[in-house]
Design a protein around this ligand. Sequence first.
Ligand code: GSH
Length: 227
Amino acid sequence: MQAAHPATPASHDSSAPPRLWSFRRSPFAGKARAAFAEKGAPVEIVDIHPGKRPPRLRELNPTNRVPVLELPDVAIRESSLICEWLEETHPDPPMWPQDAGRRGWARGWARYLDDNLTGNFFLGMRKMAFGKDEDDPDDIVERLHGRLAGHWPVLEQALGIHDGPWLTGDQFTFADLGGLALAVRLPEWGPHLQPDAAKTPRVVDWLAALRERPSAATIDQAGTERA
Ligand SMILES: N[C@@H](CCC(=O)N[C@@H](CS)C(=O)NCC(=O)O)C(=O)O
């Protein structure tokens, strides 16, 4: 597994809280910030400027992406793996179901949300903000955003399985956390893409419940800027 990339030596004071390299508008950095808030775990948030990424970011994460968590001896890349580190180091409150089957099911939904909902929506926003790639079709943003409509009914069905309010039932898990950035940003950034309460009422309620969580405030949280 290539989760951890060695940080350069003496990178980070071991008595200080871990440092989360972040960007305010990044949904995956937002997921990691919210995970720290849900766990009540201390963290230092440092912001990069997406157009002027500091060389240190690539030392920590070879893909030059955020989020990446800097620990005294290593750095952990990928928002989901930062969540796993948190679950292991801060077990309370548990953010995965105790039952192995339900846990595997929830992990599958966490992945589904990242890939199909968060991924398509925010990649479309990124292309709107920073421009399309050379080989993108002219309507790339509409294509990416158009995919959301097909995923709402699938999510509706999943939310019906354990009788809510969360994906696995009463317990709020990392699978639900995967929808938090979308829940917070969609009303403002893509109101026309929101699900229809008449067709997918569970999804509408789930998105509203996500926005009510105190950790939702971290989705728009900036850190100290690092050049
Ligand atoms: N799968 C990664 C995705 C990370 C990611 O795509 N980060 C974006 C910000 S949301 C980024 O830094 N993109 C930079 C780029 O594409 O150049 C994760 O979950 O951490």
